[in-house]
Design a protein around this ligand. Structure first.
Ligand code: ZN
Ligand code: FE
Ligand code: FE
Length: 191
């Protein structure tokens, strides 16, 4: 009878899954970039695509550091997230709304990766695979930064412009409320 698998076996399996996820994401990020109207958003997807190539190389280094063959195993999780992103891209939305949706799709992928790399780093550290842990940590930081950049773009205008297009009347009311509030409190220090 075969021996029960260990955490090391689970770790290698997760690495293969993540290696495949990164490869799927290179194609998906190129599509997200192409579908973006906002040039800064397109740039964000393009630069994360560049990073993703580095992350793939880094995973190859991790396999090597463990004397394991470089191998991927189909990642169903990211495939599902990418499929959902694809169906959103087929919808007929105005440009800013589509950009907001592309950010949403991108952030789902980044969070999935953050979860995967968070586990990989923790397991590598627990088993004393120090070189692997360092490499995986670098990628984890890049995924977090990519996620933050997307949040910054959403909060920095894309969501609000999409919201204004969705609710033009309410927006006028909000502006009216804001300007009467400004008149009534001169040193409130609002932006
Ligand atoms: Zn191990
Ligand atoms: Fe990645
Ligand atoms: Fe990523």
């Amino acid at each position: 009878m075969a021996q029960a698998g260990t955490l090391h076996d689970a770790f290698i399996a997760e690495l293969r899954d993540t290696y495949d996820a990164e490869k799927q994401l290179t194609k998906a990020l190129a599509k997200l970039a192409k579908a973006s109207s906002n040039p800064t958003l397109r740039q964000a997807f393009e630069s994360h695509l560049e990073e993703t190539h580095t992350q793939i190389t880094r995973l190859e280094q991790v396999f090597e550091s463990l004397d394991e063959k470089v191998r991927g195993k189909h990642c169903d999780g990211i495939a599902g997230i990418i499929d959902e992103g694809k169906s959103i891209m087929q919808e007929d939305f105005d440009e800013t709304t589509m950009d907001a949706c592309l950010i949403a799709a991108g952030q789902r992928a980044e969070h999935y990766e953050m979860a995967a790399y968070g586990t990989l780093v923790a397991w590598a550290q627990a088993m004393g695979h120090t070189d692997a842990a360092k490499l995986l940590q670098q990628t984890l930081e890049e995924e977090k930064a990519a996620d933050k950049k997307l949040s910054g773009l959403a909060d920095g205008g894309i969501n609000q412009r999409a919201a204004d297009a969705a609710h033009p009347d309410e927006d006028e009311e909000l502006v009216a409320v804001a300007s009467s509030a400004r008149k009534s409190s001169t040193k409130a220090g609002r932006r």
